[in-house]
Design a protein around this ligand. Structure first.
Ligand code: S3P
Length: 169
């Protein structure tokens, strides 16, 4: 199997929970780009956005993703929802043989994230509207970099990783 399996998709689509379970099943390492950034910066994503702004976070995201791609271990990498939007990351993803887009509808996403206070981009007056407009912008990019698209609406984490495992065979 491939060296890395990269999960992309919007906030709340299940990249972390599916990624962790999938990695356990196929005996890969698991790595979450946001978690690595938080460890390296010793600061939460929300605090990085607050103290240094989104552009700074995006530059960390590019650097961190690059570092992870250079590692040799077999790893499932869960990316942040905005990571594929940076040109450098998009190029890397387009060249990568195993990018999986976990697709979820705006309603599913909203239900999953509506009580979440850790995602700075969704702390708006109208989170559902924010999700809709970001999704519109991002969906074509997620779809264009993916080698595999898995619909996640109404599916358990286990069902999603089983579908991925099946497709990897
Ligand atoms: C973001 C998604 C978050 C995190 C940051 C920005 C985005 O990751 O990287 O809050 O732009 O969609 P998750 O997709 O893991 O929530």
């Amino acid at each position: 199997m491939k060296k890395q399996i990269i999960l992309v998709g919007f906030m709340g689509c299940g990249k972390s929970s599916v990624g962790r379970s999938l990695a356990g099943q196929i005996r890969y390492e698991y790595c979450d780009v946001d978690a690595v950034i938080e460890q390296q910066e010793k600061c939460t994503i929300a605090d990085i956005f607050k103290a240094k702004g989104e552009a700074y976070f995006r530059s960390l995201e590019v650097a961190c993703f690059q570092q992870l791609l250079e590692q040799e271990e077999r790893t499932v990498i869960a990316t942040g929802g905005g990571l594929p939007m940076a040109e450098e990351n998009q190029k890397q993803l387009e060249q990568h043989p195993m990018v999986i887009y976990l697709k979820a509808s705006s309603q599913t996403i909203y239900e999953r994230v509506k009580r979440d206070r850790t995602r700075p981009l969704l702390q708006t007056e109208d989170p559902k509207g924010t999700i809709d407009s970001l999704l519109e912008l991002r969906t074509p990019v997620y779809e264009s970099v993916a080698n595999l698209i898995v619909e996640t609406d109404g599916k358990s984490v286990e069902r999603v990783w089983r579908e991925i495992q099946e497709a990897l065979r």
